[in-house]
Design a binder for this molecule. Structure first.
Ligand code: NDP
Length: 387
């Protein structure tokens, strides 16, 4: 297969790189951001046709690193789109943030299979992305471990027979902290995940459960189930990634070691199952698995996800944008850990009251407009200390 990886220097990108380095797939494009030396190294090791940095200012360094290799180097936002237009069979979408949207659309427009890790795509533009896939007869395969697990549990099943979808959450860095202590949580405490090795932003989003909130919205978009069919369970071992409950009462669970190469490998090899270099679970040694309902006071982000789905329209874009700014504010030390949810809730409330978010049609222009407005409102609140 001809494959490209967008966001190849990140956490998901490195896991994808690992699998590709063990495969015979032909690598067309690899893209990164500022980590130019690693991008060049990956491009050389995988003998890629093209390496792209998202930042034009980083292009001279990338060119220098690839000199004499015959690998093309390009840079900037437009270069990312051009890379996504290159004929391929399979594309990994693992850029973080809203910047991951455009290459995903471009990949679908050429009919490529889109392995989707980038959460923002479905949260902000779910209906558009799915329509684009239908229009070009292209396929989207979920890469988030929970959605991959649901997708796997649904193979050969009728979605009409699904009663509920349960996605699990590790509970993040603070699952055992007393709730009163959460307000004092520091960035370094929030940046260490008990089970998964991921980038800093998604690790903090796991501690606050904004990550799980995004996944709840993604579940609704991708599988078309109603919000009241989606449940979240705290499962500290992170071995069961999701469960699908059917109308006959059966529950199909997907288990695996917490290693993203499983979901990435499944998307890379689908509909086949290929051997993967991931740890095998020893359930007898594990002995017990635990599940609890999430405490709403500890994880207000989860409640906000259901509000976003209730509002509809471009509420997902407002939610994601306000969350990104609130996260920036927390990382910069401008606001506390619990203030992130307050900022996001205030932005949603204000934009719903002023602009009727739910009535705004989901188009790329409206998403961009809502995103800008929500970022500005969130930043303003943080700067003015109105939290
Ligand atoms: P990382 O922060 O580790 O990596 C992000 C990648 O995107 C890097 O290659 C980075 O380049 C690049 N990048 C950053 N900013 C831009 C930009 N503005 N334009 C283009 N490229 C950019 O993220 P993760 O790998 O953790 O996550 C990627 C996506 O997958 C996210 O949406 C995340 O929510 C989702 N996801 C992640 C999981 C995980 O286990 N990590 C699990 C499931 C989903 P560079 O580093 O060179 O600057």
């Amino acid at each position: 297969m001809r494959v490209s990886v967008f966001g190849s220097t990140g956490s998901i990108g490195e896991s994808t790189f690992d699998l590709l380095s063990r495969s015979a797939h032909h690598v067309v494009a690899l893209t990164g951001g500022r980590n130019v030396s690693r991008l060049a190294e990956q491009a050389k090791l995988l003998n890629a046709e093209l390496a792209v940095t998202a930042y034009e200012a980083c292009l001279p360094e990338l060119r220098a690193a690839l000199e004499g290799t015959g690998i093309e180097a390009t840079g900037g936002t437009q270069a990312l789109i051009e890379a996504a237009n290159r004929p391929v069979d399979w594309v990994m979408s693992a850029i973080i943030g809203a910047a991951g949207l455009a290459p995903g659309f471009a990949a679908l427009a050429q009919g490529a299979t889109l392995a989707l890790a980038n959460k923002e795509s479905l949260v902000t533009a779910g209906p558009l992305l799915l329509a684009e896939a239908r229009r070009h007869n292209a396929r989207i395969l979920p890469v988030d471990s929970e959605h991959s697990a649901v997708f796997q549990a649904l193979q050969g099943e009728d979605i009409a027979a699904v009663e509920r979808v349960i996605i699990t959450a590790s509970g993040g860095a603070f699952r055992d902290w007393p709730t009163e202590k959460l307000a004092t949580a520091t960035v370094s405490q929030a940046s260490s995940h008990p089970n998964w090795d991921m980038g800093q932003r998604i690790t903090i989003d796991s501690a606050s459960m904004f990550n799980k909130a995004m996944e709840v919205i993604e579940t609704r978009e991708f599988f078309g189930v109603d919000p009241d069919q989606i449940e979240v369970l705290v499962h500290p071992e992170s071995m069961v990634h999701a469960l699908v409950g059917f109308r006959d009462g059966a529950l199909m669970a997907h288990l695996g070691a917490p290693d993203m190469r499983h979901a990435i490998g499944y998307a890379l090899n689908w509909p086949e199952r290929a051997a993967l270099p991931v740890a095998r679970l020893d359930l007898a040694r594990l002995g017990a698995l635990h599940f609890t309902a999430p405490d709403p006071a500890r994880y207000p982000a989860l409640r906000l996800a259901y509000e976003v789905m209730e509002i509809g329209g471009t509420a997902g874009a407002a939610f994601n944008a306000a969350k990104e700014i609130a996260l920036d504010g927390f990382i910069a030390g401008a606001i506390g850990f619990l203030d992130m949810a307050t900022v996001v809730e205030d932005v949603l409330t204000e934009m719903s009251a002023r602009q009727g978010l739910g009535n705004i049609a989901v188009s790329l222009d409206n998403i961009a407009h809502t995103d800008t407005e929500a970022r500005s409102l969130a930043a303003h609140r943080i700067a003015a200390g109105r939290i």
